[in-house]
Design a protein around this ligand. Structure first.
Ligand SMILES: Cc1ncc(COP(=O)(O)O)c(C=O)c1O
Length: 385
């Protein structure tokens, strides 16, 4: 048994992708596996996504693209983020497509020794206000420069929605800004793929699906609207598991943890679970979270510390070593990343991205382990003098 383990069901990622691909068709599915696959493991997520019908992958950084190639992942790959001159070679050597919105960047790209049939997607900023140009003329000139460069290939025209999860009307305004520009570009460059939709738009704004949807959160079985993923036929892929390392009685008036943030009103049993904010269990969950211990939902009590949390087991004595599920389900009980997000006033994305590197990942398909960082970590420990 390990102190902490994130178990990722690659079968769930595969099925979520198949579902999204079916919903989006005839638009193609690009699976977004940046930030280590939203904490799920980028390479394993990428493989599962491809098996589920994603025909391309996207990441944010050049290093992430290089990491996928080093893990043996093939197929079309897009680096969506900004790239410095220092980072460009890694992206190009990874044979990734890149995003451009300035002519100077295209000139540098076209002259780069590592470029060669490099796909370039031109980005119009229609309201997100981050990357891309707001100037449709500049975007068109950038596209023309790509098309004119012998070692570059105009591979797409794109934009990104700011509010597809909570204000579809604004997303539709963005789409209305994007389409005239993108369609004109497509008329000039026959067959150019257009893409705009993230998970929320792919699920909630059918007309935004265009030629391709770029789905991240939904492929991991989390709901882009912060509700129950099952509403869209999605199943969470990640379980965060630990165990009850210590059990002790607490008399009325006694406390647990830093700052005595929980004082027992009546005698109870307290279980200590050896995970904490060093693992991504955020301190703001102090006295505000539930854990499934032996399949029973029990309240987290006291302060979340770096390496431990405590739970109130009530009158029912639990054996040391009992399983503790922090995110996941047992029987009819489940704790979703969406529940943590609601309690923390954040989004589910931040919950799984926040599970730290200290937590080993174990990938399985229907319970059969497919790649096991956890056991590798344990074996390294066992081999140490
Ligand atoms: C440009 C771009 N497209 C698509 C996505 C995927 O978004 P989501 O995870 O909401 O599906 C992201 C992620 O933030 C993104 O930055």
């Amino acid at each position: 048994m390990l102190r902490a383990l994130a178990r990722i069901d690659v079968g769930a990622i595969e099925r979520n992708c198949a579902r999204l691909a079916a919903v989006a068709a005839p638009a193609r599915l690009c699976a977004v596996v940046k930030a280590d696959g939203y904490g799920h493991g980028a390479a394993q997520a990428a493989r599962a996504a491809q098996a589920g019908g994603a025909d391309s992958l996207a990441v944010a950084t050049a290093d992430e693209a290089a990491g996928l190639r080093a893990a043996g992942i093939e197929g079309p790959l897009l680096v969506m983020g900004a790239l410095t001159a220092e980072e460009l070679p890694a992206a190009l050597r990874a044979r990734a497509d890149v995003v451009a919105w300035r002519e100077e960047f295209v000139a540098a790209l076209a002259a780069h020794p590592d470029a060669g049939a490099t796909g370039v997607h031109v980005k119009l900023d229609t309201g997100m206000g981050r990357l891309g140009t707001r100037d449709a003329g500049e975007a068109a000139r950038t596209a023309a420069a790509v098309a004119a460069a012998p070692r570059l290939r105009l591979a797409g025209a794109m934009t990104h929605f700011a509010t597809s999860d909570d204000d579809p009307a604004f997303a539709r305004e963005q789409l209305a800004r994007f389409l005239p520009w993108a369609r004109e570009l497509r008329a000039a460059h026959g067959g150019l793929p257009l893409h705009a939709a993230n998970s929320a738009a792919a699920l909630g704004i059918p007309e935004s699906r265009l030629d391709m949807v770029r789905c991240g959160i939904a492929i991991y079985g989390m709901d882009p609207f912060g509700r129950d993923p099952a509403e869209h036929g999605l199943a969470p892929a990640l379980e965060l598991r630990s165990y009850v390392a210590e059990v002790k009685p607490l008399a009325a008036g006694e406390s647990v943890g830093y700052g005595r943030r929980f004082v027992a009103e009546s005698p109870t049993w307290i279980g200590t679970i050896p995970v904490g904010y060093g693992d991504g269990v955020r301190r703001a969950l102090t006295n505000d979270c539930d854990v499934l211990v032996g399949g029973r939902r029990v309240p987290l009590v006291g302060a979340v510390s770096m390496d431990n949390v405590t739970v109130d087991l009530g009158a029912e004595l639990v054996e040391r070593g009992a399983e503790a599920i922090l995110i996941g389900s047992r029987g009819d009980e489940r704790v979703l990343a969406e529940e943590w997000a609601r309690r923390l006033g954040t989004i589910n994305y931040e919950i799984t991205c926040g599970i730290s590197a200290r937590v080993p990942r174990e990938h399985h398909r229907d319970g059969v382990v497919v790649a096991d960082q956890a056991r590798a970590v344990a074996a390294r420990g066992a081999a140490a003098p």
